[in-house]
Design a protein around this ligand. Structure first.
Ligand code: PCD
Ligand code: CU1
Length: 794
């Protein structure tokens, strides 16, 4: 792999300038850095109305009546719609992501969580709409709220009276060998057990959600929206509203971060479309920060009981994980249809468990709906946190170094493809190699020495390891679909006469840099300059149908489609090359990014020559033009892995934790752009750091959301964030055309456990075994105080 951070050789030279493995500067950045991005809120159309949503102050209440009179009297107000209006139009409910449940668009009869959408106001200006929203009079009859899944499971108060099943239980899911696992745990020389909680948190992208709905003179809907999956939106809108799909154009323009938050379809989108339809004028809806944090997809909220069985020498013999999941008011979790608990089955992680079992029960509560994959390929972060905490707890019980315990149990690098006890076939990996690299790079032995000295002085230093394996790139269509739509992806490539071109894909970048990396793949495959390959995504009128960008699937799926579509272009080009070289196509080979006559390397033509000929002189019987499209259904997921190490110093008297160092060694197979991958890792680590130490959406006993803004829901700035150290190993995916695996989510999946393990390691001398995230100063301080108190009273 070459790593070259300069943008040298711009457009000149024999070979292509930019290709796979080079840190080409991001092609999209000049637009962003000069303030010329084009976001949904930048759209201004003549006659455009502003929509504002009225929210419920109660988490659980019956709606006695809604009076619109005062709101409608505000100058500039055009309409107010309620749940009843939508029900009359047959648009009262929205199918949820995987289709098992439905969700109210605007509350009908009852509100089920604080801030739930109750009415939508349309006005000439945002100010008028805001004023009117305050004047919509809703008469509520408050009911007792249910705020934890443990209360919900008692079924004393049934939340959803729209459902036939009078229970708050949503579903049970299980995987693996229950009997075998129980038997192995019963017979284990050692077992450890801990309940760990992955708290309800929120992706909180910089740009909140929003849309502009417009019907043109031909009655065609143009819908600009912050969507990670524009094609799925188009199909969903057609199915829900009955508007023929050809009469709908969904455009996702520039997006200011998605992180899973912009996968689901939200009530505001439906209301904006309805408003534009009935008022016959464009409607814009842009969320506030509070609306984003309180109503759109939350993440996690998994209570996980982890039990590991092992021999005295540290060899693991069985894993059992039981989870209680809080899904909020509707089962709007973003998971593929056949996987209600997402990819939680990756919970065996990097370790060779002979037997395992996991089961999960999900419940309704009076909290916001969601369960989105916040930088996590559907519950992979939860799973990774559970197993990586579990392994550390086992290491402590065995009094073994956590690195040694891990190394002892890794799936061996010669064991791939590896069939896990919970049914995944891991494609490739070298876990020991990656861990060893990380240990050397950070100077592990010296750090342990330093720690021992500090402990002798009564100082609390901790080292935390996480050696995670992810499963990303959904996915093989026999297993993965959303609302029945198979999770393939697509690419379309056109090469112009002068040897430049355009590639379109079914994905949609939200900051990941696809405009650069997709061009690099085409460049590598076709020997053309990446600087002159335009990348276009996000417009359903032009892009081929694809399932979008989330779950780190773009590189594994669309990236593969792009490489293979380019190879299809190359096959066509070969015939033209043969014509130009007056040889048979069978005698032409593609070497060093040019077409050559076999055995005669001096007789060659470049792709640029061929492109021109394809339009000017294609040769008898050859199809003119140079383009190809391809739909790719991956044979398997990709399994990136990494070894992360955190070093912390804890002030036991104040609870303050300082992350002194953090090293992430990632293996995502073949790297397309090392600089972009490093940026992905930095971003994800910062989010993982926030989740570990400061982020949570808590609710009080009355069901009030306690983190409805950035005063309570904390976003780390450069001041709080540690300096990230990175490294990499490369174990290509055997089934991906260029060997690449996804990476966007790895740092978020792998890092929370490393941080928590480090703090627990620091506090080990005090006997503190576990603290649930986020590890705020107060929680750490309390844990230390309790531990000291217990020690004093012994
Ligand atoms: N091997 C490799 C891999 C990768 N890469 C690169 O990197 C990136 C990423 O990728 P991926 O991994 O494939 O992924 P995607 O699909 O593209 O994306 C997605 C992700 O991404 C991440 N990152 C990011 N960044 C930014 N800036 N922004 C955002 O928003 C975001 N988000 C996040 C998330 S969350 Mo989910 O949705 O939860 O499911 S999922 C996710 C791109 O550019 C690519 O191409 C390279 O180079 N190489
Ligand atoms: Cu997750």
């Amino acid at each position: 792999m070459r790593t070259d951070t300069s943008n040298s050789g711009n457009g000149s030279g024999e070979k292509q300038c930019y290709s796979v493995g080079r840190s080409m500067k991001r092609k999209e950045d000049p637009r962003f850095l000069t303030g010329n991005g084009n976001y949904v809120d930048d759209i201004r159309l003549p006659g455009m109305l502003s929509m504002v949503i009225v929210h419920s102050p109660y988490p659980h209440a019956r709606i006695r009546s809604i009076d619109k009179t005062a709101a409608l009297a505000v100058p500039g107000v055009k309409a107010v719609i309620t749940g009843e209006d939508l029900v009359a139009a047959n648009l009262g409910w929205l199918p949820t992501f995987h289709g098992f449940d439905k969700q109210m668009v605007l509350a009908v009869g009852k509100v089920l969580f604080q801030h739930q959408e109750v009415a939508a106001v349309f006005a000439d200006t945002r100010e008028a709409a805001l004023d009117a929203a305050e004047l919509v009079e809703v008469d509520y009859d408050p009911l007792d709220p249910v705020t934890t899944p443990f209360d919900a499971m008692k079924d004393e108060v049934i939340l959803r009276d729209d459902r036939d099943h009078k229970t708050n239980h949503i579903y049970h899911w299980e995987s693996g060998d229950r009997g075998g696992t129980d038997a192995a745990l019963d017979g284990a020389e050692i077992t450890v057990n801990e309940r760990v909680y992955a708290p309800r948190c929120h992706p909180a992208p910089l740009e909140p959600c929003g849309c502009v709905a417009q019907f043109d003179a031909m009655g065609r809907l143009h819908f600009h929206v912050t969507s990670q999956a524009p094609h799925v939106y188009r199909t969903a809108i057609s199915l829900v509203t009955g508007i023929p799909e050809d009469k709908i154009r969904v455009v996702a323009p520039d997006i200011g971060g998605g992180f899973g938050n912009k996968v689901p379809v939200y009530p505001g989108y439906v209301c904006a479309i309805v408003g534009a339809l009935i008022l016959k004028t464009p409607v814009k809806w842009i969320e506030t920060r509070t609306e984003n944090l309180t109503t759109t997809g939350f993440a996690r909220d998994y209570h996980m009981d982890v039990t590991i069985g092992a021999n005295k020498d540290g060899t693991v013999t069985a894993l059992k994980v039981r989870t209680v999941a809080d899904h909020g008011a509707f089962d709007a979790a973003a998971d593929p249809t056949q996987y209600p608990a997402g990819m939680f089955g990756i919970v065996t992680g990097s370790y060779d468990f002979p037997v395992a079992f996991t089961e999960l029960d999900a419940y309704f509560t009076n909290k916001a709906p969601g369960g989105v994959a916040y930088r996590c390929s559907f519950r992979v972060t939860e799973a990774s946190y559970a197993i990586e905490r579990g392994m550390d707890i086992l290491a402590r019980k065995l009094d073994m170094d956590p690195a040694d315990l891990r190394r002892k149990n890794f799936v061996h690098k010669d064991a791939f493809p590896y069939q896990s006890a919970l049914g995944f076939t891991y494609d490739s990996g070298d876990y020991a190699g990656t861990l060893d690299k990380a240990l050397t790079q950070i100077g592990y032995a010296d750090l342990r020495k330093e720690q021992a000295e500090k402990r002798a002085r009564g100082e609390y230093m901790g080292i935390g390891i996480s050696t995670f394996t992810e499963v990303v790139g959904a996915g093989p269509s026999k297993h993965f679909d959303i609302l029945g739509i198979k999770m393939f992806d697509s690419a379309e490539i056109r090469i112009h006469p002068t040897g430049t071109g355009i590639v379109r894909a079914g994905t949609k970048s939200q900051g990941q840099g696809h405009e650069t990396t997709w061009a690099q793949i085409v460049s590598e495959e076709l020997g053309l300059d990446a600087e002159n390959i335009l990348v276009e995504e996000g417009d359903t009128d032009t892009a081929p149908y694809g399932l979008g960008t989330y779950a780190s699937r773009s590189t594994p799926v669309a990236g593969a489609a792009i490489a293979l579509a380019a190879r299809r272009v190359r096959e066509k080009a070969k015939k033209v090359a043969a014509h130009l070289l007056e040889a048979s196509p069978d005698d032409i080979e593609w070497t060093d990014h040019t077409f050559q006559v076999m055995g005669a390397p001096d007789r060659s033509v470049t792709m640029k020559d061929v492109a021109f000929a394809a339009y000017t002189n294609p040769g008898e019987g050859n199809e003119p033009g140079l383009e190809a499209s391809l739909y790719y259904d991956p044979p398997n997921m990709t399994f990136p892995h990494g070894a992360y190490i955190a070093v912390v110093d804890v002030d036991a008297d104040t609870g303050e934790v300082k992350v002194r160092r953090f090293l992430a060694v990632d293996d995502c197979g073949t790297v397309i752009n090392p600089m972009i991958v490093e940026g992905q890792v930095h971003g994800g680590l910062t989010e993982g750091f926030a989740i570990a130490f400061m982020q949570e959406i808590p609710y009080d006993e009355q069901g009030n959301n306690l983190a409805p803004n950035f005063m309570e829901y904390l976003i780390p700035t450069a001041v709080e964030s540690p300096v990230w150290e990175t490294g990499s190993t490369v174990t290509p995916s055997p089934h991906h055309p260029i060997g690449a695996k996804g990476v966007g989510e790895s740092p978020n999946v792998g890092s929370p456990a490393a941080f928590v393990n480090a703090v627990m390691d620091a506090l080990a001398p005090l006997g503190v075994t576990h603290i649930d995230m986020p590890l705020t100063r107060e929680k750490v301080w309390r844990a230390v105080r309790d531990a000291r108190g217990a020690a004093a009273s012994d």
